[in-house]
Design a protein around this ligand. Structure first.
Ligand code: ZN
Length: 171
């Protein structure tokens, strides 16, 4: 296992659509292990493949969530949102690829997600609270969508400008 480099805004890979996983092989399992290690090292509660430049539809989550007590380690391969509530909830989000920024985002309060584990087992799970937020945030990453896309143009531009400037200074 190894800690991978987390790509930071405005890395173009963060805006690409990831490819579905077709083989549940050792490379997938090794990458999932690296993703957990990278996420814990950061530390964070969720990480999607594109954030380490792995352009496959894979995301990992680990949050101790009172509403979802068994929400420990979750590996989502080829996840798909198959249901969502009309009710929405606002909660503060951050992203390992957009360090030091946190903003309130409105999303469906509950989702049902179908996905595969890293061993190819199909799972359908209903999520509420932080887990629902986290799952939607990570699945968005697989489509090149970032949570700042849901903010007002003013707020989004402020974040983008800050990171574009940083990228220029870094050379
Ligand atoms: Zn993120």
């Amino acid at each position: 296992m190894s800690v991978r480099e987390i790509l930071i805004l405005p890395d173009p890979l963060l805006r690409k659509v990831a490819e579905p996983v077709e083989q549940f092989d050792d490379e997938l399992k090794k990458t999932v292990a690296d993703m957990f290690e990278t996420m814990y090292d950061a530390p964070g509660v969720g990480l999607a493949g594109p954030q380490i430049g792995y352009m496959k539809r894979v995301a990992v989550i680990d949050l101790a969530d009172e509403e979802n007590p068994d929400s420990g380690k979750i590996v989502m391969v080829n996840p798909e949102i198959v249901g969502m509530s009309d009710e929405v909830a606002v909660s503060e989000e951050g992203c390992l690829s957009i360090p030091e920024f946190y903003y309130d985002v409105e999303r469906p309060a509950e989702v049902t997600v179908k996905f595969y584990t890293e061993t190819g087992e199909e799972v359908t799970r209903h999520a509420t609270g932080r887990l629902a937020v986290c799952m939607q945030h990570e699945i968005d990453h697989l489509d090149g969508v970032l949570y700042i896309d849901y903010l007002s143009r003013l707020k989004r531009d402020r974040v983008l400008k800050r990171f574009q400037k940083k990228a220029r200074l870094a050379g």
